[in-house]
Write a protein that binds this ligand. Structure first.
Ligand code: MN
Ligand code: MN
Length: 284
């Protein structure tokens, strides 16, 4: 009987147990600090549903999802204050890394990357964070909150100085000055071969965080703080495929700020699902 039914509530082809999986998908339905347009808490499930519209095979990577082992734990059960919520994200992420599995996290808003990277810090100490985003997210505090999504990379900078920011085209004067003063690798363009060569030379574990608003609002309208003059989906993929050269160094990635209530024809969710598929096929 069961063979006549499918479970669309998980990412496509996610049929491995936690124990046997090399990569763990989990979503973090948190958008509590989003000041402009909340809704990213629904992002993870939108990405899962959208994944069923994709093929499991990637012609670019010549690999199929049936060849890789991943498990979808679905939504993290979050409760309490922001600090308590971050403690849950931190401890779950640390356990996944401790079990020698790769992190595949779906936001939620961008602030959720901080407790994940705290877990990375616990395990690896010295590591690189590559960020694709329209915003530098380097504010020390936003609306009285140091854990706001607008502050996430400032908090991450306290954990590792190896930050590489790509696609950045928005931020306040103080953030840009902070980046300049501290020699943060901040580029308005996407990552190219030279950037990758430099990252490769550092020879450190890599965590990748993708804020979907790095794309132009035309390509990703379903997000809380869309920023014009962004990149096309094809440009972003061209940059992401460069990561294949360092795939063994990548310990996990997240895709954040997908907000289905502002999406049009699921463009943003489908794009996020394809990013997830390609990165999974690359690193697992
Ligand atoms: Mn961001
Ligand atoms: Mn952003």
């Amino acid at each position: 009987m069961e063979e006549h039914f499918i479970d669309l509530s998980k990412f496509i082809m996610a049929n491995c147990s936690y124990k046997d999986a090399d990569g763990i998908i989990y979503s973090i339905p948190y958008d509590g600090t989003t000041s402009f347009k909340p809704g990213a808490r629904e992002g993870g499930n939108a990405i899962r549903t959208a994944s069923w519209g994709l093929e499991t095979y990637s012609p670019i990577l010549d690999r199929d999802l049936s060849e890789v082992k991943y498990c979808d734990l679905k939504e993290l059960d979050l409760y309490g204050s922001q600090v308590e919520i971050f403690n849950i994200i931190h401890s779950v992420s640390r356990e996944i890394l401790k079990d020698n599995k790769k992190i595949i996290a779906f936001g939620g808003e961008h602030s959720i990357t901080y407790p994940i990277i705290k877990a990375v810090k616990d395990i690896y100490d010295d590591f690189i964070v590559i960020q694709f985003d329209a915003h530098c997210d380097l504010r020390d505090e936003y609306l009285g909150n140091k854990l706001s999504h607008a502050c996430v990379m400032r908090r991450v900078y306290e954990l590792t100085k190896n930050i590489f920011q790509f696609g950045i085209r928005s931020g306040d004067k103080e953030e840009w000055e902070f980046a300049k003063k501290n020699n943060i690798y901040l580029k308005m363009d996407l990552m190219n071969e030279d950037d990758l060569e430099y990252i490769k030379c550092l020879n450190k574990p890599i965590y990748v965080t993708i804020d979907i608003d790095v794309l132009d609002p035309a390509y990703a309208p379903g997000t809380g703080t869309p920023e014009p003059c962004g990149f096309s989906t094809k440009e972003l993929f061209k940059s992401l495929y460069l990561l294949e050269e360092v795939k063994d160094k990548i310990i996990g990635f997240d895709i954040v700020e997908v907000s289905p209530i502002y999406d049009i024809a699921n463009i943003t969710a489908i794009t996020a699902a394809k990013i997830a598929r390609e990165l999974m096929l690359m690193i697992l």
